[in-house]
Ligand binder design. Structure first.
Ligand code: ADP
Length: 413
């Protein structure tokens, strides 16, 4: 007999039964739906009626289902549900009984008082199979037949169905765990972003005051020609500057992460952006010779300060990571519809492995310059700023021979 439910026909004698069962199981990650699918496949195709007892959530009581398609037996089957506990025993291995005795039935049914009801519902043959995957026991499926004898092939089929049910339940459990972990991660990320935003914002005002007072102090000490104190003050200023750069970077990162880094775009002469950044870096990097090798006189749509920040960062890194070397070469070239800026140094270089992640947030390559390292924020911010300008960033480098950092921007024709 071929049973039709919904749009699918399930006939256990068909060679593709298990294949179709697999498709049905993989169609949902909902555990209740998986149990409904199991019931739909097993009854009445495999047996007359059945009980499915499955634990849907770890550490919560199992949920059980009694499926009897005969409407006249419905009221009787409901009696089994009266005490709200599954009538099934904790079956730990697959069992098949034909014409079972009470002692056989009691391997499947927990309470001897339920036996008369089970028999009245029809128990000429019984199959009971634990639903287990990789050692995790989800529950039991018990199938009963009142008239027809349940055969060895139906026993094997039920075991396969139970196995597929367990796999489907396991998949949905993995999916739920991943979803929960992702939600937890998102909450933690949001809290971390809020914390970083709040901290960097709170750091800004004491830092500004400290910088302002240090300027006043510098004036007074200059008047007194106190060179030793002026030297100490200069060191203090260096550290304060470093701290405020880090604070600015942290603020930028939080803005980027919540999508609030806004650009003030205007039409810019690209060569001006390059020249200004080079002049500024010559001022701060006294030990290096910053050479502007080639400039590109094109127009781009961009945020002047933010593009200056990217170049400033590339240049500061080029100087920082090429101790003992003198030259840093800056260049801008037109390349089809875009302009490509590059900053080349002859310093420590970056390994292939580090290059792949160098623009990632917080990424820092293993460098001997541990003391002068920041937080691994600068290149991430550069990458994001250029991305917001519809451009690209990349690096070429050879360990021990130096690095060239690039970015490209679309040119306005
Ligand atoms: P940091 O504040 O740590 O310098 P960045 O994001 O600017 O952060 O740089 C990330 C890492 O990339 C650095 O820690 C450094 O290891 C490496 N790096 C950046 N620029 C260079 C360079 N020009 N040469 C060698 N390594 C570099």
């Amino acid at each position: 007999m071929e049973e039709r439910r919904g749009n699918l026909k399930f006939n256990p004698d068909r060679s593709d039964f298990l294949f179709r069962a697999g498709i049905l199981f993989s169609s949902s990650l909902n555990r209740r739906q998986t149990i409904a699918n199991l019931a739909r496949l097993a009854i009445p195709s495999v047996a007359d009626w059945g009980i499915i007892d499955i634990c849907l959530e770890e550490s919560s009581p199992s949920c059980f289902l009694i499926i009897h398609p005969d409407p006249q037996k419905k009221i009787l089957s409901q009696k089994l549900q009266e005490n709200r506990r599954s009538p099934l025993a904790a079956v730990d291995s697959a069992k098949l009984f034909v014409n079972p005795k009470d002692k056989d039935l009691l391997q499947v049914i927990r309470n001897p008082e339920d036996l008369p009801i089970i028999k009245a519902l029809g128990a000429r043959s019984v199959i009971a199979v634990p639903v287990v995957s990789r050692g995790h026991r989800f529950g039991v499926i018990a199938l009963f037949s009142g008239n027809q004898e349940l055969t060895g092939s139906k026993f094997i089929l039920t075991r396969k169905l139970a196995h597929r049910t367990a796999l489907a339940l396991e998949n949905s459990q993995i999916f739920d765990n991943l979803r929960r972990a992702a939600t937890r991660q998102k909450t933690l990320d949001r809290r971390k972003d809020q914390f970083v935003a709040m901290t960097s914002h709170e750091l800004k005002s004491p830092l500004s005051s400290a910088l302002a007072y240090s300027q006043l102090l510098e004036k007074r000490l200059s008047l007194r020609r106190d060179s030793t104190s002026l030297l100490y003050l200069a060191r203090t200023r260096e550290q304060l500057d470093r701290l405020s750069l880090l604070t600015e970077d942290l603020l930028d990162v939080t803005k980027i992460r919540v999508g609030k880094l806004e650009l003030k775009k205007e039409i810019l002469n690209f060569d001006e952006i390059i020249s200004t950044a080079v002049e500024l870096s010559r001022f701060t990097a006294a030990d290096h010779k910053i050479i502007l090798e080639e400039n590109a006189s094109v127009k781009v749509a961009g945020d002047r300060n933010r593009l200056g920040q990217v170049l400033g960062n590339y240049l500061a890194n080029a100087v920082k990571y090429s101790p003992g070397k003198k030259k840093v070469i800056v260049s801008a070239k037109i390349n089809g519809p875009e302009v490509v800026a590059s900053v080349r140094d002859f310093g420590i270089g970056i390994s292939l492995k580090d290059r792949a992640r160098i623009f990632d947030l917080f990424y820092q390559a293993a460098t001997p310059q541990a003391s002068s390292r920041g937080l691994g924020l600068g290149l991430y911010i550069c990458g994001q700023i250029i991305k917001l300008h519809d451009g690209r960033v990349w690096v070429e480098s050879k360990k021990g021979q130096g690095s060239t950092f690039f970015f490209s921007l679309p040119v306005i024709s």
